[in-house]
Write a protein that binds this ligand. Sequence first.
Ligand code: BYC
Ligand code: FE
Ligand code: FE
Length: 469
Amino acid sequence: MSINYSEKIPNNVNLASDRKLQRALEHWQPHFLKWWEDQGPSDFAANDVYLRTAVGVDSQGWASYGHVKMPDYRWGIFLADQIPDRKIGFGDYYGQPVWQQVPGELRSQFRRIIVTQGDTEPASVEQQRLLGLTCPSLYDLRNLFQVNVEEGRHLWAMVYLLHCYFGRDGREEAEELLARHSGDSDNPRILGTFNEPISDWLSFFMFTYFTDRDGKFQLKSLAESGFDPLARTCRFMLTEEAHHMFVGETGIGRVIKRSLEVMKELSTDDPATIRSQGAIDLQTIQRYMNFWFTSSLDLFGSEVSSNAASSFATGIKGRPDEEKYDDHICSDATFEIETPDGTENVGMRNAMNEVMRDSYIQDCGIGLKRWNMLIKRAGFDIELYLPSSKFRRSIGSWVGLPVDPHGNLIDQATYDKKLSDWIPTESDRVFVTSLMQKVTAPGKMAGWIAPPDRGINNNAVDYEYVRLN
Ligand code: BYC
Ligand code: FE
Ligand code: FE
């Protein structure tokens, strides 16, 4: 079904046919806009931004580009097309028809997962609130805002499900999604990473590379859900997610490219010299990477999890790309897990978080390969790496243990002493922050980042992506 833009809330779910639901969502809409005004991108509300808006959900024409003021963005409710006769693809109900309503006995579990997913979306917008003030270029400013409006739409996606399928409880949860705030000591966001500040653009690129990629994997697993409206919502969200990770991958790549230019020019890999030229040394980039990668690993939950087993068994949440596996039941299979007490064989269903984390780690490796190629081609003997998944964990069996980035359990004193070599120090942050000076002349870039290879939607890099006057 095509998207109806003549309504207050654009949608392709025929919202007009359900007056009660429509009224409830129209009641929530001003609360969302108020939240956007208070907690969304600071400044720039009056500026025209070159944004893409979904106009259809098929693989072709779903994006239309044009200058819009962010508060006028047409946030709406878009589900991917229904797949006729879709069957549940995993767990105890394998092969049965998918559900168009939430089964009563799974109600609270579904609600919890939808709320957790929904909570991350506005959280990320809050985390990125001030970045516009220090953008390295108009091109980057536009990309930031594109990510922000789409995360706002992802919130709409989850709020639609809450309103439509969870009655009064759902409406209350939808209000709570606007009441919790990232980093708020009284009422924080649900998951750890979404309470970490993103106060500089290097962190923003790391976040969109590593944390939005958790989004990709969680959405892929929910796109397998037996609850069809959830699956369809997530399938469409994934098309938007690709751009967020593009921003992360190309952003980190451009920072590295700029550093390599300085390194080649001065034939050095000495961090202090590189910094003196206003670029970011690869060692600092590695430390930022270590921070955001390990924080994002926690988002998959514990290695052994009865929640995960139950979500799989009951058809709530499958594995990303479930069809690529042979066994969709997994009632007898086991999975080998490394714990501080040695390897353990656990039931596959209980290990689903770890299975997902493993495929996530592989996916994270793709960008590293590319970046290391750049470094090698520039003639330097430095290799960026992903630290061990046992390093700096706050969730799961390695929580709080003194494990180094190579995965070795070491003594606490050495760990404490060396931690500042592994994650950003206060002085790293001060340095990176010192580089964050706003650059807004079309086509100009801050000195710490190389220009992108191309602009957005076939426009030139020096296109006026945000009109500032
Ligand atoms: N921080 O059995 P366990 C995105 C809690 S990102 C704090 O180990 P389970 C986006 C857990 O809730 C994708 N708490 O794990 C990216 C549980 O609490 P309760 C977000 C945590 O339940 C960028 C307890 O620990 N989507 O979209 O199997 C920008 C034991 O849990 C954390 C989802 O996460 C943590 N890191 O799995 C914008 C999908 N980890 O019940 C957007 C929905 C665990 O004991 N969520 N806990 O109170 C889920 O599927 C699951 O809740 C989790 C955890 C995968 C998060
Ligand atoms: Fe999102
Ligand atoms: Fe995202």
